[in-house]
Ligand binder design. Structure first.
Ligand code: 9MR
Ligand code: 9MR
Length: 587
């Protein structure tokens, strides 16, 4: 009976269609009263007239034609772009072309609920903790994966911790749709959120996410992030400073709840990338949490851990995670996420930068060895949008944050000039593509913008870069561009999906997310950004229904099996939260 029900639910979920049948594509969450407001209509030509009515009064408040049309360079589809920025009065409206219609919300603080949900998502991802009804409503669940009995995998064995040694490594967040915990992605996610925090401290001070720690005097975002930092701290071998790449089951679990999971869990191989991402994250966390009296001890410890991990990386500068090679040598074989990265120049740059800033803040001027590494790697990396595998721009972001906060104490006007140039060069090149963009967007104008996780790495990530450009210059065009990235994610895109669960009028119902499926609640956990359109379709053989399109911007499938287009992940939500919260703070 139980199995039948599960099957029925899964069936219902996989019936979700490939595209929003409504050709009117808008930001389904809504628009700020004084911001730019555009909609995109699929296959509508120049001639059409569009009308916007106020829902309450029924009165026509706007009529007009497209400001331009644009043809997709790959699918050849024609789209009309209409601009109704003139409407600045708060309200709910209906946009129509005579045949189809779509509601439009215009409101102050229109991203407020989404901002909170994007952070609450991390609470819902917590591992080894009861998720209670008070904070999670219908998505409450018992605890699972205590991770107090974790084995040292043979690949990670050392003299003081031979294979099979049991360590305790509890807590933190599940990485994604799966239940494993990975240092590379954790460091990236935590740090990106700390970047958003340091650029918007006032906003976050007053943001109540309704989590168990909400009543203490620490901003909720920092409370939530600390959950994962504490787990990360347990992943360092105190003996030598090396950091395990991940904590994982040998194989991915089935679609079952955490408390039903029985596979043993292992810490696997120390890697250079893990050590450096860990070092960067601990250094950054040390100076941010160190401002709070109750975190003085933590700050000292994290600072030490950062330097220890960095030293390990200097002594082991090229230990990469190669899962196949590892599996040829050791048992049990491990077949979970790799987060493998064969170039750690950017990780060295980033870790060195974070340590320099933190040491200077602590008035320790003895940073020469880190400085030398940063100088050496600075010209040997690719800047641009940061990802879990390319963290060079996180160094830039932290430097900008430090300049805002500590000013001349950070010195180096030349470095600052270099950094500003990287951000503005990137931002201006992207801005230049908007006038011919099909979706009135600085992103998504090249097929290369669509890949596994592109909603985060191409769109939310670009919005964040735009917000840095806005801070550096005060020029509103960058803020507008960040909003356009948000518009894309929230529905003004080629599939018409609002890509955040639980938001908008048409959103993913069947994400590749074990927690969303095994809980028997029909609605998926809310506040999660799915990966997005990915013509790579690496999940083709696993997914229960075929993709409906192979176009770069339409290769999205709202199906539980689609891990390559419809999974959720902490790094993706970190960029969603950073973008949406930061916009809320600015608007
Ligand atoms: O559930 C897994 C997801 O978290 C990963 O991102 C993805 C790629 O590594 O793999 C998923 O697991 C699938 C596996 O790779 C292939 N067989 C089906 C698994 C579940 O759908
Ligand atoms: O986000 C990762 C993406 O950049 C990679 O292309 C992909 C395949 O290696 O893996 C993604 O990360 C997955 C991780 O390996 C396991 N947990 C789920 C992550 C999101 O799909």
């Amino acid at each position: 009976m139980k199995n039948l029900l599960t099957l029925l639910l899964m069936g219902a979920a996989s019936l979700a269609s490939a595209q929003n049948p409504n050709p009117i594509r808008v930001n389904q969450v809504g628009y700020y009263p004084h911001a730019e407001k555009t909609a995109v209509i699929e296959s509508d030509g120049w001639a059409k007239k569009y009308v916007i009515k106020d829902v309450v009064t029924g009165k026509k408040v706007w009529k007009g034609k497209a400001v331009r049309t644009a043809t997709s360079p790959w699918s050849g589809k024609e789209r009309a772009i209409i601009d109704f920025s003139d409407i600045t009065k708060q309200g709910t409206y209906i946009l129509t072309n005579g045949k189809d219609s779509e509601p439009i919300v215009i409101k102050e603080h229109v991203f407020s609920d989404l901002a909170k949900a994007s952070l609450k998502a991390f609470y819902l991802q917590r591992s080894g903790e009861v998720i209670s009804r008070e904070y999670a409503g219908q998505w409450s669940r018992p605890s699972g994966h205590p991770d107090t009995l974790v084995y040292v995998h043979p690949s990670a064995a050392s003299a003081s911790r031979p294979a099979g040694t049991v360590i305790s490594s509890p807590g933190g967040w599940y990485d994604a749709g799966d239940y494993n915990k990975y240092i590379v992605n954790s460091g990236y996610s935590v740090s990106l959120m700390l970047c958003a925090y340091e650029m918007n401290e006032k906003y976050f001070k007053n943001l109540d996410v309704n989590i168990p720690e909400s009543r203490n005097n620490i901003p909720d975002i920092l409370d939530e992030i600390m959950v994962n930092i504490k787990w990360m701290q347990t992943m360092q071998d105190p003996e030598d400073g090396g950091v395990y790449h991940k904590l994982t089951t040998p194989n991915f679990e089935g679609f079952i709840m955490p408390k039903e999971c029985k596979q043993p869990r292992y810490v696997v191989q120390k890697t250079t990338a893990a050590a450096l991402d860990f070092a960067a994250t601990m250094a950054k966390a040390s100076r941010i949490y160190g401002e709070f009296a109750q975190y003085k001890d933590f700050a000292e410890e994290a600072r030490k851990q950062a330097r220890l991990a960095f030293d390990w990386a200097l002594a082991h500068p090229a230990v990469y995670y190669r899962q196949n090679e590892m599996n040829a040598k050791y048992e049990p074989k491990v077949n979970t996420g790799a987060y493998d990265d064969m170039n750690v120049n950017d990780e060295f740059l980033w870790a060195a930068t974070e340590i320099i800033i933190t040491e200077l803040v602590n008035r320790n001027m003895g940073v020469e060895q880190y400085y030398n590494v940063a100088m050496e790697k600075m010209n040997d990396v690719r800047y641009g949008l940061p990802t879990w595998g390319n963290v060079a721009s996180l160094a830039i972001y932290s430097f900008i944050g430090a300049m805002e906060k500590y000013g001349s104490q950070m010195g180096e006007p030349q470095v600052y000039g270099f950094i500003k140039e990287q951000v503005l060069q990137y931002a201006d090149a992207a801005l230049a593509t908007i006038p011919t963009s099909c979706y009135n967007n600085p992103g998504g104008n090249s097929p290369r913008d669509f890949f596994w996780g592109c909603n985060s790495e191409s769109f939310a990530g670009q919005g964040i870069m735009m917000l840095y450009a806005y801070r550096l210059t005060g020029n509103k065009k960058y803020l507008t561009a960040a909003l356009e990235n948000a518009d894309y994610l929230l529905g003004r895109n080629a599939t018409g999906y609002c890509y955040v669960t639980g938001f908008g009028t048409f959103s993913p119902k069947a994400p590749h997310h074990r927690l969303s499926h095994a809980d028997k609640v029909i609605e998926p956990l809310p506040g999660f950004l799915v990966g997005g359109s990915n013509p790579g379709q690496q999940d083709k053989k696993d997914v229960q229904e075929p993709y409906k399109s192979s176009q770069p911007d339409e290769s999205y499938l709202d199906n539980m099996g689609s891990y390559a287009s419809n999974e959720i992940a902490i790094n993706w939500n970190a960029s969603l939260a950073a973008l949406i919260c930061w916009i809320e703070a600015e608007e």
